[in-house]
Design a protein around this ligand. Structure first.
Ligand SMILES: [Zn+2]
Length: 158
């Protein structure tokens, strides 16, 4: 065993201030999902929409799962919806999320009827409930990627 390495490791692990938190893994846009991520970057929530059958599709796909069409547009969504289901993540499954726990991963039902997985932010995770009204916001996590997240939304614009 290389003694110098062993000492270095021990020293590093003994000093929490030295531990480096890796960056969170970021989405890697594909040909199908690029329009979605580009719209998020502009802080617009756009969802893939089949021009043949009218279905909203999320996550984005190369072909419509209903009819196989590859003709789409990307209408802008209201950004409003409600919590359809959720979990509170208490233990980071990736070291990059260590400082974010506890956080909420939720299925958001948009007003337009399509569901997406996201985070609920701006509220104590213990206060989130199924049916809670939410509205999108965007978290600029890198120069190119902005993640759509949802915060509580009170009708009446409060
Ligand atoms: Zn279709």
């Amino acid at each position: 065993m290389r003694r110098a390495d062993a000492i270095d490791e021990k020293t590093a692990s003994a000093s929490p201030g030295n531990s480096v938190i890796p960056p969170i893994p970021l989405p890697q846009p594909t040909d199908a999902s690029r329009p979605f991520w580009e719209s998020c970057h502009r802080h617009e929530l756009r969802i893939q929409h089949c021009l043949q059958c009218g279905a909203f599709i999320h996550y984005p796909k190369i072909h419509c799962p209903m009819d196989g069409s590859d003709r789409f547009d990307w209408p802008i969504m209201s950004g409003k919806g409600y919590v359809y289901s959720f979990v509170v993540v208490l233990r980071a499954f990736h070291a990059g999320f260590k400082l974010q726990v506890p956080y909420v991963v939720a299925i958001i039902q948009l007003e337009e009827g399509v569901r997406m997985i996201s985070n609920v932010v701006g509220i104590d995770p213990d206060k989130v409930y199924v049916g809670m009204r939410v509205e999108v916001e965007f978290d600029d996590v890198s120069a190119d990627i902005s993640l759509p997240k949802f915060h509580p939304y009170l009708q009446g614009g409060q």
